[in-house]
Design a protein around this ligand. Structure first.
Ligand SMILES: *Cc1c(COP(=O)(O)O)cnc(C)c1O
Length: 233
């Protein structure tokens, strides 16, 4: 068995165990395999091991990999910072975007989504740590942005995403994940079809699952050491 297959199984088992311990069903939590900086062959190895959904951070790299792997019916999530001059390739090639944080980006994605494709699946990024170096809206700004996105016909509002600050201890992290869970539930009362809370990475996935995460984003835990440092914005 390849290292990637072994690590995938190990992560999937950890997620299943953590979900059960938290009184949840394992199939409520998707493991998004974050393949940024890793070659297409590594994605194939993860696919062979059972991974079905992949996350990419960089537009150009992601689009190239999707083209190289177009024989696989994989689901591709864009999870990186998105500038308005880069929305078109994302709208044309990805299934999901986790990092919508302003109306202008949402509008462009909507306008550029090809009509032969289903709507783009969208999460709103929340800057839960109020970190000036990170993208995302505050919890106060969520409801109006959600309202705008929900009105765009070529986008489907699926939920929320967050990347907390790096230097938090478990107590602070727990508090922020709890705030996310609360904000998610509050927004669900206005948008009942929302079903996705994208939070948790290699080091904090257990805490995230305890706080209702439905999608953990794991890169190194599956693909191994990354040469180029990932952009965690
Ligand atoms: C890189 C990245 C991940 C995965 O991080 P790892 O440390 O490789 O597990 C998850 N989410 C986002 C937004 C990322 O940029």
């Amino acid at each position: 068995m390849s290292n990637i297959a072994e690590r995938w199984q190990n992560i999937r088992e950890k997620v299943d165990t953590t979900a059960k311990q938290a009184g949840r069903l394992p199939n409520e939590v998707t493991v998004l395999a974050v393949s940024k900086t890793f070659p297409a062959d590594d994605v194939r190895a993860a696919w062979a091991a059972g991974a079905r959904e992949f996350g990419e951070n960089y537009v150009q790299e992601g689009v190239e990999k999707i083209a190289e792997l177009d024989d696989l019916p994989a689901i591709w999530h864009f999870i990186g910072p998105l500038q308005s001059n880069k929305t078109r390739p994302v709208a044309e090639h990805f299934h999901w975007v986790h990092t919508v944080d302003r109306e202008k980006i949402a509008q462009r994605l909507n306008d550029q989504r090809p009509s032969h494709l289903p709507p783009l699946q969208v999460c709103l990024q929340v800057n839960i740590s109020a970190d000036p170096a990170k993208s995302g809206v505050s919890i106060d700004e969520l409801a109006p942005l959600a309202q705008q996105v929900a009105q765009l016909p070529n986008l489907t509002l699926r939920g929320l995403m967050t990347v907390p600050a790096l230097d938090l201890d478990d107590t602070a992290l727990s508090a922020q994940f709890a705030q996310m869970q609360q904000a998610f539930k509050a927004l669900q009362s206005l948008h009942p079809d929302m079903d996705t809370l994208s939070m948790g990475m290699s080091d904090d996935m257990a805490l995230a699952i305890q706080h209702g995460s439905t999608c953990v984003r794991i890169g190194r835990g599956i693909f191994g050491h990354r040469e180029r440092k990932g952009n965690l914005a």
